[in-house]
Write a protein that binds this ligand. Structure first.
Ligand code: FE
Length: 212
């Protein structure tokens, strides 16, 4: 069983004007696919080959196999990132997740403020995340391919802040990209589903992207 490139959960032009079709084509077909190909090459003679992608990410990290980790974590991080956005997204969270956000951050506006701070505060390439540790929601930033998955947390939202995610549309203005994500794209339905699943089945409940 090899790692494959999952389809985007929407059309390439579905996130316009905030993220262009050109960006999504490059990001998915070149960057994401590149990580898939390099992961498969690195897995060729590895005992991790054939395991669930989340176990490969954790296993590569535990083994200190940086080459495999960087690529396989990027495969997974990007798949979560695609699902963290939706056309006509944004707004405020709903349901149990909304209650938990109020409990842990104050309200949705305070969440946005802290998430924005994390995304803009990540120096260089990396991610901003909304994660859950089993009792609390956590906003964090990580460099390069690092993911909260290796800290045993469940990921509810991923925001790619590598320049390749926004440079064609927003040039150096990461703030404009982050604001567009929070205002127009963030997929609260996805985050709430992940929260409910991980709350009932445990933090290691795997993320299975829907396939077209
Ligand atoms: Fe990326």
């Amino acid at each position: 069983m090899t790692i494959h490139l999952p389809d985007l959960p929407y059309a390439y032009d579905a996130l316009e004007p905030h993220i262009s079709s050109k960006t999504l084509h490059f990001h998915h077909e070149k960057h994401h696919k590149g990580y898939v190909d390099k992961s498969n090459a690195a897995l060729e003679n590895s005992p991790l080959k054939g395991k669930h992608i989340e176990d490969i990410v954790r296993g590569a990290h535990e083994e200190g196999n940086q080459g495999l980790f960087n690529n396989i974590a990027q495969v997974w991080n990007h798949t979560v990132y695609w699902h963290s956005m939706t056309p006509k997204g944004g707004g405020d969270p709903d349901g149990d997740l909304a209650k938990k956000i109020s409990e842990d951050f104050g309200d949705a506006a305070k969440f946005r403020e802290k998430f924005r701070e994390a995304a803009l505060g990540q120096f260089g390439s990396g991610y901003a995340w909304l994660a859950f540790d089993g009792s609390k929601l956590i906003i964090e930033k990580t460099p390069n391919a690092v993911t909260p998955l290796i800290e045993g947390k469940a990921v509810l939202l991923s925001l790619d802040v590598w320049e390749h995610a926004y440079y064609l549309d927003h040039q150096n203005r990461r703030d404009a990209y982050v604001d567009a994500f929070l205002k127009n794209l963030v997929n609260w339905r996805f985050a709430e589903d992940r929260f409910n699943v991980c709350n009932s089945k445990g933090l290691t409940a795997t993320f299975e992207p829907a396939e077209a």
